[in-house]
Ligand binder design. Structure first.
Ligand code: SAH
Length: 250
């Protein structure tokens, strides 16, 4: 008998930004599958089985979840933010496409979540009010040349840009290279927003002009937003500035 498979976006961190649908799906699960820190965010009951795996094992984790569901379990695959934004939902569908025929009879449900770019933008004001795009700076899964091409195209087309996975210990230079590339396309005054661990206790938000943006400010828990030519910066005495992108283009 086939069980159930839900792919759950847990939101950026705080309980308040986890949706009611996510909470209900997690409560209904017999098995929780995911990267350790995400599974740790779920308060599992003693009867729920936790299957924790390493960050780089997304496809193997997806196959395992599908097999558990095919065996009749009620499986929740958990992902941070939104499960479809650089998350586990793609891995599950990739595993279905290339996996066992029986897996196509499973009806996976994707529960959307609040992606890091929305949580970060909400803290800053409204930087995503104009047309925007999202890019992962990780070159683990695609060549760096592709990332450069997309960054250049996004900047020259006037998109506000959300950068996920800006750097990590294994990828220390990528954000600096991205800033160098963007400085050739955009004015030095363009606001660059660093939003780290948004909605978590160690949250930190900073804004700097592109000319002075320091890639060392970011870590793997940071979402970087780059404004476009319309993005406004409102300085405030002793308080965090507001940043917004007007809906009307120049
Ligand atoms: N599916 C997730 C993104 C996973 S990729 C989502 O929709 O948010 C992992 C990247 O997301 C991190 O490197 C970081 O850039 C960003 N991120 C995730 N949670 C974050 C948070 N609470 N604050 C800031 N950035 C976060």
């Amino acid at each position: 008998m086939s069980g159930e498979l839900v792919i759950v976006g847990l939101g950026p961190g705080s309980a308040g930004l986890q949706t009611a649908a996510a909470a209900a799906a997690l409560a209904a699960a017999s098995d929780l599958v995911g990267y350790g820190p995400y599974v740790d965010r779920v308060t599992a009951r003693p009867d729920q089985v936790r299957h924790v795996s390493d960050n780089r094992e997304e496809l193997a984790r997806a196959r395992h979840a599908l097999q558990l569901a095919a065996d009749g379990r009620r499986v929740a695959v958990v992902s941070g933010g939104d499960a479809g934004v650089f998350g586990m939902a793609s891995a599950v569908f990739e595993a279905i496409e290339h996996g066992e025929a029986a897996w196509r009879q499973i009806e996976p449900e994707v529960i959307p979540g609040v992606s890091a770019m929305f949580a970060a933008a909400a803290r800053l004001g409204a930087p995503l009010g104009a047309d925007f795009c999202a890019l992962s700076l990780s070159d683990n899964l695609k060549p760096w040349a592709v990332i450069e091409r997309r960054l250049r195209a996004a900047a020259s087309a006037g998109f506000v840009i959300a950068l996920y996975n800006p750097l990590s210990r294994a990828r220390p230079w990528q954000l600096g290279a991205a800033f160098d590339l963007l400085r050739a396309e955009l004015p030095g005054t363009t606001p660059v927003m660093f939003a780290t661990a948004v909605t978590r206790p160690d949250e930190r938000i900073d804004v700097a002009p592109l000319a002075q943006a320091d890639p060392a400010r970011a870590d793997m828990r940071t979402l970087v937003l780059i404004g476009n030519e319309t993005t406004r910066y409102i300085a405030r005495e002793g308080r965090r500035p507001f940043v917004y992108s007007p809906r009307s283009a120049a």
